[in-house]
Every structure is written in C-alpha cells, then in structure tokens.
Design a binder for this molecule. Structure first.
Ligand SMILES: [Zn+2]
Length: 226
C-alpha cells in the first residue's frame, strides 16, 4: 500500500507557503513513477511555485519493493533513539505476525541517510540482493587498493545507468563528496559471492559496507580461492 498526503510548507527562499506531496509509504508497483523519482533522488525535491527555488524536503518514508519483497524504512534522522524506535516497532510487528502464524517473509531494512535509501531502491530495482552487493563492494575496493594507495574511498555506491553499472568511489573533500573512480559491476562475481553467501543467517535490518566487513571476517573461508 502507498500512503501520501499534501502538506503545506514554507519556501526557505521567499517564505511563501505552498503544497507538497509527502509519502508515508511508497509501493513500487502501485506508484512506479514516484518509485522512479525515489531511485533518481528527485522524490524529495520541491520547487516553489512563487519564486522557482528548488529545495530538499526531508521526512521518513517506508519504501516497499513488492517484486523483490523488501521494505526499506528511511528514518530521516541519524539520531540513535529514532533508529531504535523503528527497529523496535518492526520487531513488535514481527512477533505479532508470527504469533498469528503468519511470519513476515519480507526483508526489512533501516537506513538513516537519503543516499542509502536511493541506492537500496536502485539495487532492488536491478533485481539484486543488497547483502551480496555490499560484500562485493568490500572485494572490489580490496582488489584495487594498490592502485588507490592513500586515497581510499569514504563511500562506495552501486549505480546503474542504461549503459553502465558499477560502483562509484567517493571521497569526502572540503567541497563535499568527490568521485575518485569507479569499478565496473561483474555479474560473474555477483553469482560467485551469492553462491558462497549463507542465506540461512539472518542479516538483520542494517545492511551496509560495515555489515559486509563484519560478515566477511566471520565467513572468510566461504570465499577462499579468489
Ligand atoms: Zn519561494
């Protein structure tokens, strides 16, 4: 189910009020256009009809990719208490449904930053598993660490365009994030990581590169010989 409503906001530039659409939840099958906007990062963009200024809205949203059976909760806040509340409420629902003998089969993710939300939506739309993609990032950066030398990336994002698919390597500079390179995506490596991945293990709601590093430390032997 999708849920959206109109809310009145004040333009940060001219202070005049206007209406924007705010999504509490967004279902990729029911609202494919809005889902595409989310993947390209434009969903939170608002344009003031009075002065033409474009600015970013920020609000929590539950994104549901029906095809992949994954839900992503964006918290709109990096506050630990806020994040814990989302986790607790998911665990409550999980318990309630399993008591009713209807266990939740969908995977659930919690992200606190917009780029992570956009990236997850792109990953699922590509038919990929975010756990495998995060593990691939660790391998990919490891493989070119000699070339990178001291300029190790602060962030690695999966991207997909009509003619290109890969990992964008970004580093934090005084002027914001800067791209320092990219690594092409390899389907063969994806399949190989997927084969070695232990699906029976509940990976939890926080799937990130640090989760992947933690996983690989525990399961190094499953990926030997590469
Ligand atoms: Zn304005």
């Amino acid at each position: 189910m999708s849920m959206s409503q109109k809310e009145s906001v004040a333009c940060p530039s001219c202070s005049k009020m206007f209406d924007v659409t705010v999504w509490a939840s967004l279902n990729s099958n029911m609202d494919p256009e809005a889902a595409e906007q989310l993947r390209t990062g434009r969903l939170f963009e608002a344009v003031c009809p009075h002065c033409g200024e474009t600015f970013q809205l920020n609000y929590p949203i539950l994104f549901h990719d029906m095809t992949q059976g994954v839900m992503v909760q964006y918290t709109a806040s990096e506050d630990e208490d806020v994040i814990k509340r989302y986790l607790a409420s998911f665990k409550e629902q999980q318990e309630m449904f399993s008591k009713l003998n209807m266990p939740i089969r969908r995977q659930y993710r919690i992200v606190a930053r917009k780029p992570d939300l956009f990236e997850k939506a792109v990953i699922f739309n590509a038919g990929l598993d975010d756990r495998i993609v995060e593990i691939m990032k660790v391998f990919a950066v490891g493989q070119i660490s000699d070339q990178l030398g001291d300029s190790m990336p602060d962030e690695v994002f999966y991207f997909r365009e009509p003619n290109a698919e890969g990992f964008m390597l970004l580093t934090q500079t005084e002027n914001g994030m800067e791209q320092i390179g990219h690594i092409p995506f390899s389907r063969a490596i994806y399949d190989w990581v997927k084969q070695g991945f232990k699906h029976e293990e509940d990976a939890g709601c926080f799937i990130s590169t640090s989760w992947a590093s933690w996983y690989l430390e525990k399961h190094q032997q499953d990926f030997a010989g590469e």
